[in-house]
Design a protein around this ligand. Structure first.
Ligand code: PEP
Length: 253
């Protein structure tokens, strides 16, 4: 039985006092749980503060992106080793906002995935189709292309110990959630595609759903057999909302 994961993505939000208030409220509501992992992916400048608040607690922390480069003349980049130095254990790679706004094409995402792994981070590898792609019936083609870029560069064994996230672009920050059946179908597709290369890795691979998850829809989504938790944007900025999702994951685990 796979464990559950709830990961917050703060995106470009936060402030020193606001982060502290949020994390203290989250910590007041969580207990360590053997079957359920909780993490927040925060803007890089806040990693040191977040480490100070979360070290020794059940909440892990990570980055929202990782450079495909290790070091050198790459102004503005943050390497996997830098994230690790600040205690991050994971990093999102291939988020649709980075794909759409910052030029993260499939090949670049594959390089970032490899860089995160090399640095000892758990990549949270995001994939998902746009509304236009869903309406044209090419969702599985898009997911296959995005997944294959990583499989071809790193191999299926490199997915072991990592986390996938299915995030339909049309559901991110829109209030429109995929139905639990739509999520299950996409997750099962991704798992089967990894399974063609390595059945054992596929069977233990956590696949999170992301896209307008809330306390009110989390239980239904997390009850699906291939949905192993959620990647949470907006609701991760409100302690009570994030905790409600966490409680749903614990109940489903
Ligand atoms: C996300 O940013 O990964 C996300 C899923 O956002 P939201 O929960 O706000 O849709």
């Amino acid at each position: 039985m796979r464990q559950k994961y709830v990961v917050g993505n703060w995106k470009l939000n936060g402030s020193l006092p606001g982060n502290e208030t949020l994390l203290r409220a989250i910590l007041a509501g969580v207990k360590p749980h053997p079957g359920c992992h909780l993490a927040v992916c925060v803007p890089a400048p806040y990693l040191a503060q977040v480490r100070g608040l979360l070290e020794g607690t059940p909440v892990a922390w990570g980055g929202q992106d990782v450079s495909r480069f290790e070091k050198g003349a790459y102004t503005g980049e943050v390497s996997g080793a830098m994230l690790r130095e600040l205690g991050a254990t994971c990093s999102i790679v291939g988020h649709s906002e980075r794909r759409a706004l910052f030029g993260d094409a499939d090949a670049i995402v594959a390089e970032k995935f490899a860089a995160a792994r090399k640095a000892g981070l758990v990549p949270i590898f995001c994939m998902g189709e746009t509304l236009d792609e869903r309406e044209r019936g090419v969702t599985e083609e898009v997911l296959a292309r995005q997944l294959d870029a990583v499989l071809e560069k790193s191999g299926a064994a490199a997915l072991d110990g990592t986390v996938l996230a299915y995030e339909p672009v049309w559901a991110i920050g829109t209030g429109r959630t995929a139905t639990s059946e739509q999520a299950q179908q996409a997750h099962a597709f991704l798992r089967a595609r990894v399974g063609k290369k390595d059945a054992a890795v596929a069977a233990r691979l956590p696949i999170l759903y992301g896209g307008s998850v809330k306390g009110s829809n989390a239980a239904e989504l997390f009850a699906m057999p291939d949905v192993d938790g959620g990647l949470i944007g907006g609701a991760s900025l409100v302690a009570e909302d994030f905790l409600a999702i966490w409680r749903a994951a614990v109940a489903a685990g």
